[in-house]
Write a protein that binds this ligand. Structure first.
Ligand code: OAD
Length: 228
């Protein structure tokens, strides 16, 4: 079981949320990443997402993403069963997919998906920059990014599969996440309680370090290929 956060994409040039240069150092989550903020100022929220989409568009997967593709391949071959390896991410950037990971559970959605706030239709939209800000659905209502904002529930099916994989895991790798945003961060605790051994890969200390079996301090793009 692998859980990743913004840190795995840092070496690809995508800013994290809480570290130096992180989004939440300069922007307020309440003004940009809540349904209330979108209701009050959809254009401002979309300007921020449009800008982030332009950053992600230019970014390339790094050696950390690629090491997880290789790990998935190795574990799938070894056990001859895809379900024995699970990659869960809090990232919306799609870099795991672009690196070649086959089964990615996205707990916080996908920055390239949009959803209509009126009819609920969801579609892929890779236009950068967007032609119209905020964009509208063919039904006339506003489109929003199909991501999870603060106060919103996680996608139920992905969450359920992530919990099951955590409960069954022998080894739980937590990579590049500050592990402070719940419920995602709670998966490591679910895994630990069910008997998994826990390894934390992070450039900085995290709240999980105290209970981890291994703490690997450094850049994911350097450490993960060495772990393989
Ligand atoms: P954070 O920005 O909170 O944490 C990033 C973590 O990555 C920190 O612990 C850094 O020390 C670590 N890090 C930075 N560069 C690294 C590198 N090269 N190698 C290894 N580790 C590195 O990001 P998340 O934990 O992903 O939610 O944040 C969780 C959620 O909070 C996000 O999904 C987002 C945000 O608000 C929503 O938008 C719902």
């Amino acid at each position: 079981m692998v859980l990743t956060g913004a840190g795995i994409s840092a070496e690809s040039g995508v800013p994290t949320f809480r570290g130096p240069g992180g989004f939440w150092r300069s922007y307020s989550p309440e003004r940009l990443a809540t349904a209330e903020a979108f209701g009050q100022n959809p254009r401002l929220v979309w300007e921020w997402y449009d800008w982030r989409r332009s950053i992600v568009r230019k970014a390339e997967p790094n050696a950390g993403h690629r090491a997880l593709v290789e790990l998935e391949r190795q574990k799938t071959d070894e056990f001859r069963e895809p379900s024995r390896f699970t990659l869960v991410t809090q990232n919306v950037d799609g870099l795991h997919d672009r690196a070649g990971s086959r089964n990615v559970l996205k707990l916080h959605g996908d920055i390239w998906q949009v959803r209509c706030v009126g009819c609920g239709a969801e579609e892929r939209n890779e236009q950068v920059p967007l032609e119209e800000l905020p964009p509208h659905c063919s039904c006339g209502a506003l489109l929003r990014p199909a991501v999870v904002w603060f106060g919103e529930p996680l996608p139920a099916a992905a969450w359920q599969r992530a919990v099951e994989a955590s409960e069954q895991a022998q080894l739980f790798l937590v990579i590049g996440t500050s592990a402070v945003v719940y419920p995602a961060a709670g998966l490591a605790e679910v895994g630990r309680e069910a008997g998994a051994r826990l390894a934390v890969v992070n450039a900085e200390p995290t709240p999980l370090d105290a209970t981890a079996d291994w703490v690997l301090r450094g850049q994911a793009g350097e450490l993960l290929p060495r772990l393989l």
